[in-house]
Design a protein around this ligand. Structure first.
Ligand SMILES: *[C@@H]1O[C@H](CO)[C@@H](O)[C@H](O)[C@H]1NC(C)=O
Length: 171
């Protein structure tokens, strides 16, 4: 291969690299959905937020999906219901990891109600309410960290292939 071809190949790779970086930066789900409501800081997210709504519908219906403070990383849901399974109270909020330690269901002796607590991470992840031990859990997807890792990996692979190409083309 000639030097001019090598130059063209390198140029192409650099363009591709720059494009993928710009693309990754610009494609931000939050910016698309909330153009007038820019993300306040990196990895920021929202939770459904309500205080002692009568049921899940009324919570979500009137919930402010507001940006969580920077020290919180999870959405927490506390669901109270009676022995017939009918909701009596739904509370949703942004939460720290410590506030998410007590997930699960237990019987509240004071009120005679069941209480189920769940936590999750991710943009507005607390849509549903926990109703039993299967869904009253701390579910962590680490979605944003995964996509970051993915981005870094593809970036490294592109650089590695560029280097390999350069080495192979050495006379
Ligand atoms: C837990 O609740 C979900 C949703 O209400 C239901 O689909 C599931 O079957 C329940 N699981 C158990 C073990 O009761």
């Amino acid at each position: 291969m000639q030097a001019s071809q090598l130059l063209v190949a390198c140029f192409f790779l650099i363009i591709m690299l720059l494009r993928s970086r710009t693309f990754a930066k610009n494609v931000n789900y939050d910016h698309i959905r909330h153009r007038s409501d820019p993300t306040p800081f990196p990895n920021s997210f929202k939770c459904f937020t309500c205080d002692k709504a009568k049921d899940n519908y009324l919570c979500n219906r009137w919930a402010e999906d507001k940006w969580c403070p920077q020290h919180t990383h999870f959405c927490k849901t506390v669901h109270h219901f009676n022995t017939q399974g009918k909701s009596t109270s739904v509370t949703k909020k942004c939460a720290t990891r410590e506030e998410c330690h007590a997930v699960g269901c237990h019987h509240r002796l004071d009120s005679g109600h069941m209480e189920c607590v769940s936590c999750c991470d991710g943009m507005i992840c607390n849509v549903e309410v926990p109703t039993n031990h299967t869904n009253a859990v701390f579910s962590v997807m680490k979605s944003y960290r995964k996509s970051d890792a993915c981005r870094t990996a593809s970036y490294s692979i592109t650089i590695a292939s560029a280097l390999l190409l350069l080495l192979q083309l050495q006379p």
